[in-house]
Design a protein around this ligand. Structure first.
Ligand code: MLT
Length: 269
């Protein structure tokens, strides 16, 4: 069920389902909570799933301003948990940009973290070329709308098998992306470009952590996630065959299985 919560003066939409330990599902860019459909429909039997639309995305109120910082998004998530009356530490599960927001969450709200699940994401900041590309794309989104950004990203988002054999999934991903407001696309691109390098944080993340990576992820490749996992004190990495950057959408059964096992094995007595 989609519910609305007032967070820092703005309406934040969140799909909330199931009972049990809370798992916060934080979407990537330029997506919405809908990317977690394959998790919400199955993991809700065992966990309380909270899948917000980040500020400016999906059904949440727009962001005001031309840059949307990862810190602002992390503070919104802490505010959302407050608005929901959830004070116990949660399992934070973020994909890609949702992972970039995780680093801000670790910096600013570490006490609220029971476990970390990082899907198809990076700890390093952007190279100067990447920053430049994002700033150019932000201007393009403002001029031409969301569509050209989506068309440029699509071939990088999915594994070959998904692109060639799963037209429904490919279409529903495109549909989620094109619905994102151009001003949100531009502001989030600038926010991602401004995010700091978070690699120094990795050895300090003491909570149990699960890293999930599509074997064919072209944006956050397995080699990069392997280095992250090695730098974290309590992390395990699982690579998902025939999946790209959107592993939870592309291979939900395997991803859900990995999350279940991780939650079970790291349950506190
Ligand atoms: C995402 O999926 O959130 C984006 O691909 C992240 C990025 O552009 O670095």
């Amino acid at each position: 069920m989609t519910q609305h919560y007032r967070v820092h003066g703005r309406r934040i939409a969140a799909q909330v389902a199931g009972h049990g330990e809370p798992i916060l599902l934080v979407h990537g860019f330029p997506l919405s909570h809908r990317m977690w459909h394959g998790q919400i429909s199955h993991l809700g039997q065992s966990f309380r799933l909270i899948a917000p639309d980040l500020r400016g995305f999906g059904l949440s109120d727009p962001h005001v301003g031309d840059t949307l910082l990862m810190d602002e998004l992390a503070d919104d998530l802490a505010g959302l948990l407050d608005a929901m009356g959830i004070s116990q530490p949660v399992t934070y599960c973020g994909l890609s940009m949702g992972g970039y927001v995780a680093w801000s969450f670790v910096r600013r709200h570490r006490e609220r973290l029971a476990r970390l699940i990082l899907c198809d994401t990076l700890a390093a900041g952007d190279s100067p070329e990447k920053v430049e590309g994002r700033l150019t794309s932000a201007q393009r989104a403002e001029r031409e709308g969301t569509m050209p950004i989506v068309e440029a990203m699509m071939p990088l988002m999915l594994a070959e098998r998904t692109l060639n054999h799963c037209p429904d999934l490919t279409e529903s991903l495109r549909e989620i992306m094109v619905k994102t407001r151009p001003e949100t696309v531009a502001a989030a691109l600038r926010g991602m470009a401004a995010r700091p390098d978070s690699r120094e944080l990795l050895p300090t993340v003491n909570c149990p952590s699960l890293l999930i990576c599509g074997e064919e992820d072209a944006i956050s490749p397995p080699e990069a996630m392997e280095i992250m996992a090695e730098a974290m004190p309590d992390a395990r990495l699982i690579c998902i065959p025939e999946a790209g950057h959107m592993a939870p959408m592309e291979r939900p059964v395997i991803v859900n299985g990995a999350i279940r096992v991780f939650m079970h094995e790291t349950a506190r007595a």
